[in-house]
Design a protein around this ligand. Structure first.
Ligand code: EPZ
Length: 422
């Protein structure tokens, strides 16, 4: 397993290009299942999760060709010959469950393994099941798999989600594009990745409105055609690299970055004393002199502060000039980065969904363990400002969601290298 070694204390200066959004691409790729015509995705990120989704779609009989070094994906599911998403793939990546809605809509049947829990939580699928059942699917859990059928096809319905689930919204919207009649999805997720998926589905001939608001309306159509779609910029990669100069000092320009992708996060980061300037090519971020200010953070669904940036923000607040409280409301176990940051000298107390961080002058480098994707990158960020060397182990977590992080950061002056493991 590879490790990444960071030697702290170097201010950053330079530009980082923001890649296409992992969490948009993982929903856009299954959309190919809705049509027998080719779908081309450009600005695709080069990540191991995209490779996992590729393997899954190919196991269903879809063709996925990666071109231009992975930047362009050509997908076609003209001949689907398998409707089962296997446990072995789904357990590695929960987003595999996004084939459920499209397969039901296209083929009237799907067998999808329950993903099982992961480091950050139980990750149930009740909202996916409720929504698709409302569209007329019959879904039964048997030996760890969801067996879903829609013998009479799917029929539009009014659905009110108890929680604005991103994945459930994506499965329901994709399924509803081919249902008979109108579907109204209330308390729909509003994340930019949903808006991007709807943009692609509309280009494929779907009739959808209200994306980005809490209520999405879908008029079912008989079939969808092919399209070409550019994946939206990755707001979580963007936010992650915005925190880098806040911790290390100096400034970075994030190419392709947009404030509207991260409204609450930008406001919170500015409250710590970081300056964010919109440029012609993206966002320029610099830390004002001295330590950042302590702030309280509560994770919420979009447009609130993203849970996927909570760990990175905690890394920054470890050396703020006061006490910060972070409240994690989306996942039940998303503070696993805290004990690792404490190994570096951070003063953090975790009680249930709250973490209280008392800022210290500076962290000290140490060997630390990555546990999940966002926790991994928070340890690298902490290492950028720490005294001495931080060795982050198990960086395969990192490669799921960040393209060549050591290259992007070392190009801006960071002392960071990857050590190939056995
Ligand atoms: C998406 O996961 C993202 N993944 C996650 O990013 C992100 O953290 C999450 O949305 C929240 O923004 C992808 O887009 C591939 P949810 P998803 O359904 O769809 C509960 C990363 O680091 N819930 O909005 O699984 C669930 O347990 C990943 O890139 C139910 O109770 O998130 C969780 O507590 C991590 N029942 C909360 O809702 C359900 O049926 C949010 O889940 C579904 C979800």
């Amino acid at each position: 397993m590879d490790s990444i070694i960071v030697t702290g204390g170097v201010e950053l200066d330079g530009q980082i290009p923001i890649a296409g959004a992992k969490n948009a691409c993982l929903a856009l790729m299954p959309a190919t299942l809705l049509s027998d015509e080719p779908l081309t995705l450009t600005n695709a990120p080069r990540l191991s999760d995209i490779k996992t989704m590729t393997v899954l779609l190919q196991s269903l009989g879809a063709e996925v060709t990666s071109m231009q070094g992975g930047r362009v994906l050509a997908l076609s599911s003209h001949d689907l010959n398998n409707l089962t998403a296997d446990y072995d793939i789904v357990r590695k990546m929960r987003a595999s469950n996004l084939v459920l809605g499209p397969l039901l809509a296209r083929a009237g049947r799907a067998v999808v393994s329950l993903p099982g829990g992961c480091a950050i939580g139980a990750r149930p699928m009740d909202l996916h099941i409720d929504g698709l059942t409302a569209l007329g699917a019959e879904i039964e859990l048997r030996d760890g798999y969801l067996h879903a059928v829609a013998p009479k096809g799917l029929k539009g319905a009014v659905i009110e989600q108890r929680f604005a689930s991103v994945g459930a919204t994506e499965n329901i919207v994709m399924a509803a594009t081919l249902a008979k009649g109108t579907t109204v999805l209330r308390n729909a997720a509003r994340e930019p990745e949903i808006v991007d998926l709807v943009k692609c589905l509309s280009a494929m001939g779907a009739r959808i409105e209200g994306e980005g608001t809490g209520e999405i309306r879908i008029e079912g159509v008989d079939r969808l055609h092919g399209a070409t779609h550019a994946v939206v910029a990755d707001r979580i990669e963007l936010g992650t690299y915005m925190i880098a100069p806040a911790i290390a000092g100096g400034s970075l320009e994030l190419l392709g970055g947009r404030r509207d992708l991260l409204p609450a996060f930008c406001e919170k980061l500015e409250a710590t004393g970081v300056t964010i300037t919109e440029t012609n090519s993206g966002l320029k971020v610099a830390r004002a002199n001295g330590r950042v200010h302590a702030v309280d953070v509560k994770t919420e669904v979009f447009p609130g502060f993203p849970t996927d940036l909570q760990a990175q923000m905690m890394a920054l607040l470890c050396t703020a000039d006061g006490v910060s409280v972070l409240e994690e409301t989306i996942f039940e176990n998303r503070f696993m980065h805290a004990p690792e940051l404490m190994r570096m000298g951070a003063a953090i107390e975790v009680h249930g969904g709250h973490a209280t961080v008392t800022g210290v002058d500076r962290l000290r480098g140490a060997p630390v363990m990555a546990t999940d994707l966002r926790a991994s990158v928070s340890l690298i960020l902490a290492g950028l400002g720490a005294e001495g060397e931080t060795v982050v182990n198990r960086v395969y977590h990192l490669d799921r969601g960040y393209e060549r992080v050591e290259e992007k950061l070392s190009a801006c002056g960071a002392r960071i290298e990857r050590v190939r493991g056995e």
